[in-house]
Ligand binder design. Structure first.
Ligand code: PHE
Length: 347
């Protein structure tokens, strides 16, 4: 074991065989430690004759340098291997697509309501909002509904288990028409005694409720009321305003609009408004989109206005229906089921 070359080879082999830094340090101790083979060889020098001492001493020194170098090389190799292992374990695949946060969007009916509002605002209409839980008076009586009108029945209207000051059940408004009365009353009061009252021009979009459910009816649906009252507002103005609205809403002038005589207690004369497209899958079919008419004198009186002086028209349209037509959807209930696979198609 005293041949320095053999020592170097043995150390090299022991270092190379050490699989971990800890075992490498143990192997180092066996050669370079206090009781290590190299240290022992140094001690052995003392017993040698002078001329051998020199040559052997130089050889041992050189062996020590080579063992140190081999040790350092193995330390570096183990450290590199450890680094490689860590890099591999903690590797990031930067080519993997990120996890996106789902982005929200507007409901298709909200988009329709925004379009309706924008178009009517551009025609000088105010946009008003009102309660969904209504009194009997605003939903029916003020709108000239007779006491026994079927719309008042439990089969048609949802009632709330609460009574108003007159002792009548509150209802979930079955239409937005109460907003005609609420808005006109407030307007009339605001301008009371001021001589000339400015015209009333308003739309009132919102949720409405009826006991009804099939492909074209949902118990909760939307309506948008419209009201224009002045001193000389006629059915002609209704036709112009509503036709213009429809053409702008559907972005086509090739749209036929028909006013078909009808009946509502709160308008006289009354008309259903139907439209027909000149092309597309619905070409030539008449589709009902709104009810309308000249406001009945009794209703104008309930606004707090004089029907001899104030006259105008009202309409009530179905934004859900307009949304179905605009996007070609054939089941109204899809809008309110909350299925994102359906709703996200409108973004
Ligand atoms: N309120 C009516 C309905 O729900 C629509 C309508 C509004 C008709 C205004 C005439 C005037 O069917």
């Amino acid at each position: 074991m005293n041949d320095p070359d053999i020592l170097v080879q043995a150390a090299q082999a022991a270092f190379d065989a050490a699989p971990t830094p800890a075992e490498l340090e143990n192997a180092k101790a066996r050669f370079l430690g206090k009781a290590g083979a190299l240290t022992e060889a140094m001690k052995g020098l003392a017993a040698l004759p002078v001329e051998q001492k020199k040559a052997q001493g130089a050889a041992i020194n050189q062996a020590k340098q080579r063992i140190d170098a081999a040790l350092q090389a193995r330390r570096d190799a183990l450290a590199r291997a450890e680094l490689e292992r860590q890099l591999r374990a903690e590797a990031l695949d930067v080519t993997l697509p990120g996890r996106r946060r789902g982005s929200g969007g507007l409901h298709p009916v909200s988009r329709t309501l925004m379009r309706i509002e924008a178009i009517f605002r551009s025609m000088g209409f105010d946009v008003a909002d009102g309660p969904e839980i209504e009194t009997d008076w605003y939903s029916f009586t003020a709108l000239n509904n007779p006491e026994n009108h079927p719309a008042r029945s439990m089969q048609d209207t949802f009632y709330v288990d609460l009574k108003d000051a007159e002792g009548r059940w509150l209802n979930l408004r079955p239409h937005t028409s109460p907003m005609q009365v609420r808005y006109a009353q407030a307007h009339a009061q605001r301008h009371a005694g001021s001589g000339a009252m400015p015209e009333i021009r308003v739309i009132a979009p919102g949720r409405t409720y009826r006991v009804d459910s099939d492909a074209t009816h949902s118990p909760m649906f939307h309506q948008c009321e419209g009201l224009w009252i002045g001193e000389n507002i006629s059915f002609k103005d209704l036709k112009v305003v509503f036709t213009d609205f429809l053409r702008r809403f559907f972005e086509t002038d090739e749209l036929e609009v028909r006013f078909r005589p009808s009946f509502f207690p709160f308008t006289e004369p009354s008309a259903e408004i139907d439209i027909a497209f000149a092309g597309g899958p619905l070409k030539g079919r008449w589709l009902e989109v709104a009810g309308s008419g000249q406001v009945h004198p009794n209703v104008v009186r309930n606004y707090g206005l004089d029907p001899e002086r104030h006259i105008g028209f009202a309409f009530g349209m179905g934004p859900d229906r307009l949304t179905m037509l605009r996007y070609g959807v054939n089941d109204l209930r899809l809008f309110f089921d909350g299925d994102l696979r359906f709703l996200s198609q409108f973004q």
